[in-house]
Design a protein around this ligand. Structure first.
Ligand SMILES: [Zn+2]
Length: 133
């Protein structure tokens, strides 16, 4: 079984590429922050988390990726609920530290609202040709 919360997953790469095209600059997997958020904008004190719907149990009832396997479903539920608890704990710690966090679910990557949501969350791109964090 692959790592529950692996870095550099395909959904995360999709969001990173989009942000880059939009002109944003960011850091990855900040080790000093709770839960090592995927994408970090230090000066804005903002972070973007990209979550796999299955591993992190996307709570949207319309999300089909989040359905539990029919076999050993109780075992899966218990296992995955631990991820959900950890996610919630990390999110709370980040917010207590003054960070804003934008969570993107894997199943939301294709819609047009992905870009709009990122722009609304991050605000305008800063002056290019200077290092940003
Ligand atoms: Zn989903």
């Amino acid at each position: 079984m692959r790592a529950v919360r692996g870095a550099h997953t395909a959904p995360e790469l999709t969001v990173r590429r989009l942000l880059h095209r939009m002109g944003y600059r960011f850091r990855l997997h900040a080790k000093d922050l709770p839960g090592r958020p995927d994408i970090v904008f230090r000066r804005r004190r903002k972070a973007v988390e990209v979550r796999g719907c299955f591993w992190h149990r996307h709570p949207d009832p319309a999300c089909r990726n989040a359905m539990l396997p029919r076999t050993r479903s109780a075992w899966w539920a218990e296992k995955l609920d631990r991820n959900v608890e950890r996610d919630a704990r990390n999110l709370q710690r980040l917010r207590q530290g003054g960070w804003s966090v934008h969570v993107i679910w894997e199943c939301q990557l294709k819609g047009p609202s992905l870009k709009e949501g990122l722009t609304a969350f991050l605000g305008p791109v800063r002056t290019p040709n200077r290092p940003h964090g």
